[in-house]
Ligand binder design. Structure first.
Ligand code: NAD
Length: 275
């Protein structure tokens, strides 16, 4: 089994790390050799820490090679794309991958908000295109949504599902609809939580305590939005609202104002909470 990962940013590096941890031969493609090398070092660092903490016994970083040449993915069984969240670059990439990869290779996208079907339509072989939606951080979050686009074959779908299992994940099967399963539910729910802050004049601390102690959430909604990034949440809500037009999906003005002010949550040091 050989897996290609295109784009070694936050998600792609996490996915490549999971492949290495699972003993899978992996080739990662970045736009420059330096970015590829940096991602490989980061992966080595995280895996070393896991060994130090006793979470894994050892790892073999030589399973991962990095390249800037897409042609080096020619012999992969599965390629997972994790480049920028924009339709045209993804469509271009998939049509190139189709030319380069073996005809039986599965081509997967990690898109969160774009249509897998539209990405697949850029190829002549949409039956082998599937969504593999990992959650951030990929090495820690157990879920992978395996997404069936309109023309995905059963074979490609099941190969993607099995790969997610090989990577130690908990895959679930779903069809290609906006937000797939978890974000379709979670984004409007988090937006409701923010609206309740103003409606019920409840404090941020009390709202979080309410959902933790009354609904069994592992962390409060405000903590969660801070962790995800307020800009990321606003962007994802807008994308879902654009597609489904349900008012609850639109980001509350309070969140938009916070994003515009640079209050982005944990990563900027301040959001609902100060870090
Ligand atoms: N960050 C998240 O929380 C999250 C969660 C689930 C899914 N996703 C999805 O994963 C994908 C990647 O997101 P990210 O947060 O890792 O982005 P990122 O900006 O951290 O990484 C993208 C990487 O892709 C590289 N890249 C761009 N074009 C490329 C190309 N043609 N070939 C090779 N590399 C290329 C960039 O240099 C960059 O390193 C997006 O589709 C995003 O929606 C993100």
């Amino acid at each position: 089994m050989k897996v290609g990962v295109v784009g070694l940013g936050a998600m792609g590096a996490g996915i490549a790390q999971l492949c290495v941890e699972s003993g899978v031969d992996t080739v990662g493609r970045e736009v420059t050799a330096e970015l590829g090398e940096r991602a490989r070092e980061r992966i080595g660092h995280f895996l070393t820490r896991k060994v130090e903490k006793g979470q894994i016994e050892s790892f073999d970083l030589s399973l991962l090679t990095t390249t800037t040449e897409l042609a080096d993915l020619a012999d992969c069984d599965v390629v997972i794309e994790a480049i920028v969240e924009e339709l045209e670059p993804k469509r271009e990439l998939f049509s190139e991958l189709e030319r380069i990869c073996r005809p039986d290779a599965v081509l997967a996208t990690n898109t969160s908000a774009l249509s897998v079907t539209e990405i697949a339509a850029a190829t002549q072989s949409p039956q082998r295109v599937v969504g593999m939606h990992f959650f951030n951080p990929a090495p820690l979050m157990p879920l992978v949504e395996v997404v069936r686009a309109e023309l995905t074959s059963d074979d490609a779908f099941e190969q993607a599902y099995r790969l997610a299992e090989t990577m130690g994940k908990h895959p679930i099967r779903c069809h290609d609809t906006p937000g797939f399963v978890v974000n379709r539910i979670l984004l409007p729910l988090l937006n409701d939580c923010v609206r309740v802050l103003d409606e019920a004049r409840v404090s941020v601390d009390d709202l979080d305590a309410g959902m933790k102690h009354g609904a069994g959430w592992p962390m409060g909604p405000c903590e969660l939005i801070d962790l995800v990034g307020i800009d990321v949440h606003v962007h994802a809500s807008e994308a879902l609202y654009d597609k489904l037009r349900e008012p609850r999906m639109a980001p509350p003005p309070r969140l938009v104002a916070m994003a515009n002010a640079g209050l982005l949550g944990r990563k900027s040091g301040r959001g609902f909470y100060t870090y």
